[in-house]
Ligand binder design. Structure first.
Ligand code: UDP
Length: 241
């Protein structure tokens, strides 16, 4: 399919830290990173501009550490650093497979990555480089889901692709409940009203106000990024008010 027939020109891919490790484990698993890198490259080769916001939950979550007594700001700073470790791993994975990337961070770490500057980010995307956005928003008390919404608005992405390990949004946890039903489509208000665990409420509200749809899909299935980018109806789409 030629790139002018594709439904999206520029996408914001949100990859949770869990995609970097094996199920129920933590840290970084190199096969998982390789899979992720290959999928993203395949998507980019279609001619779609891809910005990836990386999470850090496989390494550190501020709220969890705060629950164990850490100062919240200190803990969130560690969480944001965790996203940078994942960002560097993904950059390595993509570059090992021969594709150009740039990593931009919201917290300056000059020796390792460029600072996040919107215009620079746009330019990298226009040149076909896969953009890796790490460091979250650069502020404690936020999540990388909110970062994904914010950057999607700023970079004028057509859609947020929220990569998960299940096939979309369900009315119950599909891992614990075999009869859970998958939603094909949802309105933002339904997600907020039913308190569905898609992205946090701040991220959903931002997308709703700015009319950026979210597609929740399973990134562990090979070829799924290409399917989504070609407009195949997999996963669950959240849109409308
Ligand atoms: N974080 C933060 N501000 C941000 C984004 C992330 O403080 O703008 C911290 C927070 O502690 C969070 C951690 O970074 O728990 C990892 O991010 P997140 O939990 O969103 O990762 P994911 O669940 O996507 O793996």
């Amino acid at each position: 399919m030629s790139s002018d027939k594709l439904p999206f020109r520029r996408v914001l891919l949100k990859v949770t830290g869990e995609a970097f490790c094996e199920k129920d484990k933590s840290g970084i698993n190199f096969d998982s990173v390789k899979h992720l890198a290959q999928e993203i490259i395949d998507g980019s080769k279609l001619g779609v501009e891809i910005a990836v916001v990386v999470g850090g939950g496989n390494i550190f979550r501020g709220a969890v550490a705060h629950g164990s007594g850490m100062d919240r700001v200190q803990a969130d700073n560690m969480g944001m650093l965790a996203t940078m470790i994942n960002g560097l791993a993904l950059q390595d994975g993509i570059e090992q497979l021969g594709h150009e990337t740039r990593m931009l961070t919201s917290i300056d770490i000059h020796q390792l990555a460029e600072p996040y500057v919107r215009r620079r980010a746009m330019r990298h995307l226009a040149k076909g480089r896969i953009l890796i956005l790490a460091g979250g928003t650069g502020n404690p008390y936020f999540t990388t889901d909110t970062t994904a919404s914010l950057r999607a608005m700023e970079l004028k992405a057509d859609v947020i692709l929220k990569a998960t390990k299940v096939d979309g949004i369900f009315d119950a946890d599909p891992i614990k409940n075999g009869s859970a039903r998958k939603y094909q489509e949802l309105k933002f208000m339904d997600v907020l009203g039913k308190n569905l665990k898609v992205m946090d409420a701040a991220a959903i509200s931002l997308c709703m106000e700015n009319k950026v749809p979210i597609i929740v899909f399973n990134l562990t299935v090979p070829g799924n990024i290409i399917r989504v980018l070609q407009g195949e109806k997999i996963g669950t789409i959240v849109r409308g008010s």
